[in-house]
Structure formats: C-alpha cells, structure tokens
Design a protein. Structure first.
Length: 231
C-alpha cells in the first residue's frame, strides 16, 4: 500500500483491530501467543490478541539513541523472561563510533539496560512461556526496525518455534522481510517514510499504568474464555 494523504489509523487500538482482521483472513487464530513491545506496542497487540482469541504478553525493549539525536537509533536491547536480545544498526553504529568516543555509546547502552531491567521486572507477570510456540511480535510501527530486530532475537533465544512480526506501518524495505522472522505482516508500507506517528490521528504517549490495565483486562478476558470452554 502506498502513502496516502493524512493519517491512516485513528489510534493504536483501531490499528491493532485492523491488523487482527488481516491476520484472521490469513488463517491465523488462537494457536499463537501475541507479545506487544513495551510500551506503544501493547495497545496494538491487545486489540490484535482479542481478535485472534490469543494470549497476550509484554516484551521489554529499549532503543539505543544517538547522543544529541536520540530519535535516531544506533541499536536496541530487549529482555524477556531470562533472555536478553541486542541488535546494532551497523551503518549508524559505525558512523557514530567514528565521531564519538566508544565510552559515550557504552554509557547510552548502560542507561538503556538499566531501564530495560526495570521494565522487565515491572511486567514480569505478563511474560508467558513461549517455548515451542508460534509468537506474534507486535508494535505500533517500525522506523529503523532496531527494537523489533532485538525482540526477534530475544524470543528466538527463549525458544519460540516460529516468529511473526505484525505491525500497522513500516518502511517498504522493512515490510518485506526481517532476519529471524518467518514473515512480516504490515498493513501500510509507504515508499516515502517519515515517522510512525505521522500515520496516526492519535499517537499520544502510552504510560505504564495504562499498559498494565490493558494486560490485566486481557488476562481476565482470557480467563473467562477458558472457563467457558471448560464448561
């Protein structure tokens, strides 16, 4: 799908519902585990998981931003259960190393790792076992793809049998394939890509309390569903 004038999604919830519909049409159902990337990926993942009837979990990721240009990622780190993932955007990383001291980048990674550990601890109760599972990794969109690459790395280490990346929007080159993922599902892949948020009418920040509420509601809904199935 090419770029269109104006935002294409109302908000993350609507984008996730549309993504869920698309996956259902592709034959995907409840036999998978949906993991949202903290934090902005959780509302998308919650709507997607609800449509699939699949369990929902949270995966902690942190972008490694270039000093003084934090919106530009030179890499990312991820954590899930006892596993750690890491990805470097090689061209950006090498360029930054040429202009800044290595110790500066190590400090960026150290701070990101500390925040990653805090996020992982807070949401540890929402990290189901994925050993041998089909895992759908969901975010609100991809820009450089660094955080999603790190997420693919960490769930592979944790024993996922198959990894599917599902996002509402991404640059065309990232929407085609991603190393380690069996497929990338993307609703919108414009030729010219500026920022994920430009494709949403509402792209407000997602706070951690809202994330926890969505995860709790999904768990309760799943419990009610399982109870009905057992009766």
């Amino acid at each position: 799908m090419d770029r269109q004038a104006g935002p294409q999604f109302q908000d993350r919830d609507q984008a996730g519902a549309l993504l869920g519909e698309h996956l259902v049409k592709r034959g995907m159902g409840s036999g998978s585990i949906v993991l949202g990337l903290l934090r902005g990926g959780i509302p998308v993942a919650a709507a997607l998981a609800a449509r699939l009837g699949a369990p929902l979990g949270a995966l902690a990721v942190r972008k490694l931003g270039v000093p003084q240009q934090e919106e530009v990622a030179f890499g990312a780190v991820a954590s899930y259960r006892s596993c750690r993932g890491r990805y470097m955007v090689r061209t950006v990383h090498q360029h930054v190393l040429g202009s800044r001291a290595k110790a500066v980048l190590e400090e960026v990674e150290s701070r990101a790792s500390a925040e990653l550990d805090r996020l992982a601890r807070r949401f540890a109760d929402y990290a189901p076992d994925i050993t041998g599972a089909k895992v759908v990794l969901c975010d609100d969109g991809l820009a450089t793809g660094a955080t999603m690459h790190a997420a693919v790395d960490v769930v592979t280490q944790c024993g996922a049998q198959e990894v599917i990346v599902a996002v509402p929007v991404a640059p065309r080159i990232l929407a085609r394939s991603m190393a380690g993922a069996s497929s990338v599902i993307c609703l919108l892949a414009p030729r010219e890509f500026s920022a994920v948020g430009s494709h949403y009418e509402d792209f407000s920040q997602v706070d951690e309390d809202a994330v926890e509420q969505l995860l709790l509601e999904a768990r309760e809904a799943r419990g009610h569903h399982d109870a009905r199935e057992a009766n």
